[in-house]
Write a protein that binds this ligand. Structure first.
Ligand SMILES: Cc1cc2nc3c(=O)[nH]c(=O)nc-3n(C[C@H](O)[C@H](O)[C@H](O)COP(=O)(O)OP(=O)(O)OC[C@H]3O[C@@H](n4cnc5c(N)ncnc54)[C@H](O)[C@@H]3O)c2cc1C
Length: 261
């Protein structure tokens, strides 16, 4: 029996469990994979976005700006390496300047600080390997980078130190009401080398509150609780990961001007 059960051990579940571990609550984090961060949180670009490229009235934009500030605070508290490298959105044609100005204006409305348009000369001096045809860029100094997997582990380890119980290879399969509480049926994976004495079995967890932090499966988990008003349609992309020896090719996070797609 728990006060709070958190479903999903990605960055969202880890951050929530760390925050709630400040309180006198019995909390558990349930993750279906063999390790934390094995969902999307293991394979992202590690950018702590400044808040540019979001509509000025969007919740995502507002949370992004807040999240950027909060990440610095949390990184300091947990001793995580956060590097404020800054971001450049680069244009190549004069006619793209209006779009760049619009991105700047929208971001300023959201409260992104320190934005400025830098010219070709600035780019030559600060990004010598950039295509010399680059005309200008929007510079957002508050953008930073962090190790995404380390980040999840630092948050979760701190939560665990504060008493949060972490269960790996625990997949929530159903949520039902049990009086005032919620009953979660959990299937425990046997894995190739079972580490748990519950390997290959079913377990039941009871909780006063359940938090859905199941990432791309959040709609599936919501449906277990009878919530059917949203569907996640994930898309796959590809990224190139360069050797660490190449890390000094650029000094900033570099984006092209966004297109509709
Ligand atoms: C290629 C790529 C690049 C990205 N780059 C960036 C970036 O630079 N900066 C940025 O801010 N964001 C970036 N993102 C987005 C970012 O990675 C995600 O928004 C973030 O990781 C989502 O975290 P999460 O905890 O919500 O989900 P996840 O990390 O997916 O965690 C959800 C967890 O829930 C678990 N789970 C699911 N169902 C169940 C169940 N039934 N029972 C138990 N556990 C369950 C999953 O196994 C998973 O571990 C990028 C995404 C991609 C794909």
């Amino acid at each position: 029996m728990y006060d709070v059960l958190i479903i999903g051990g990605g960055v969202t579940g880890a951050a929530i469990s760390r925050e709630l571990s400040r309180y006198h609550l019995k909390i558990a984090l349930l993750e279906k994979e063999a390790e934390l961060a094995f969902g999307v949180s293991k394979s992202n670009s590690g950018i702590i976005h400044p808040g540019t490229q979001n509509p000025p009235d969007s919740l995502k934009g507002k949370l992004c700006v807040q999240g950027n500030k909060l990440t610095r605070k949390l990184a300091k508290e947990l001793g995580v390496h956060f590097e404020e490298v800054g971001e450049l959105i680069v244009i190549f044609k004069e006619e793209e300047m209006a779009q760049l100005q619009k991105i700047k204006q929208d971001a300023e409305t959201l409260g992104v600080g320190g934005l400025r348009i830098v010219d070709r000369q600035w780019l030559r001096e600060n990004e010598p390997n950039l295509n010399p045809d680059a005309l200008a860029a929007l510079y957002a100094p508050t953008a930073g980078i962090i190790s995404p997997y380390r980040w999840v582990y630092d948050l979760a380890e701190n939560a665990a130190k504060n008493g949060v119980e972490i269960f790996l290879e625990h997949k929530v399969t159903s949520i039902t009401k049990d009086g005032k509480n919620l009953r979660l049926n959990v299937s425990v994976s046997s894995g190739e080398e079972p580490r748990s004495s519950f390997a290959g079995s079913e377990r039941t967890f009871l909780a006063r509150y359940v938090i859905n932090a199941a990432g791309l499966f959040a709609d599936e988990v919501a449906r277990m609780a009878g919530i059917t008003d949203f569907v996640i349609k994930p898309r796959k992309g590809e990224e190139f990961l360069l050797d660490k020896k190449r890390e000094h090719i650029v000094n900033h996070i570099i984006f092209p001007l966004p297109t509709p797609t």
